[in-house]
Design a protein. Structure first.
Length: 195
């Protein structure tokens, strides 16, 4: 039996991570499961380092097990156990990391078929995590409300975000968009919410 899958998106500082964490802490407390945090961020500059440290401090009161996994999501599989409550934060950071991994001196974003393979592998990994965990929550940034970029690589990045969001929402039991710290459910327990 598969665990629950929740997809949460929203703008920067919309409250996505805090909402996801609270949801999983509540579930893990009730079910006496482990809290697993899969972190995709890399400390590439002072701002990102500060954000990573803040997230760690925010989770300090609960017994989160953090797995730093900026690429190759499948490498987390040996660490996931039955009845785990898993948060993957975040899809958009993972995507940027994967698009700019090097393959024979070129980035994945420059190679035909490279990202298709990575996306397929990621979606398969999500299925495997879900098959073991009680609840998997995936957090992602909502950047598709912005005007299309004039830069080819930025357009490719946005296109991949859109594709992956659609695939993950289709697989999800719940799809939530955060605005101003408030959740708006577009899909709840597999049913599309009509407004």
């Amino acid at each position: 039996m598969c665990g629950k899958l929740t997809f949460i998106s929203g703008g920067v500082r919309s409250g996505k991570s805090a909402y996801a964490e609270a949801m999983l802490v509540k579930g893990a407390t009730t079910a006496k499961g482990r809290l697993i945090y899969i972190a995709s961020g890399r400390p590439v500059d002072d701002e990102m380092q500060h954000r990573i440290e803040k997230h760690k401090q925010d989770r300090a009161e609960q017994a989160w097990i953090t797995i730093e996994q900026p690429t190759n999501l499948y490498e987390v599989l040996p660490f996931i156990q039955q009845n785990d409550f898993v948060l993957w934060d975040c899809l958009t950071t993972w995507l940027a990391n994967e698009l700019y991994t090097e393959h024979d001196g070129r980035f994945c974003i420059q190679l035909d078929g490279c990202m298709e393979k990575k996306a397929k592998q990621m979606l398969g990994t999500v299925d495997l995590i879900r098959s073991k965990s009680a609840h998997l929550v995936i957090v992602s940034n909502e950047v598709l409300d912005e005007f299309p970029s004039t830069y080819d690589e930025t357009r490719k990045y946005s296109e991949w975000i859109g594709r992956l969001h659609q695939k993950l929402v289709a697989l999800s039991d719940n799809a939530v968009e955060m605005d101003y710290g408030l959740p708006q459910y577009w899909k709840r327990e597999g049913e599309v919410v009509v407004r």
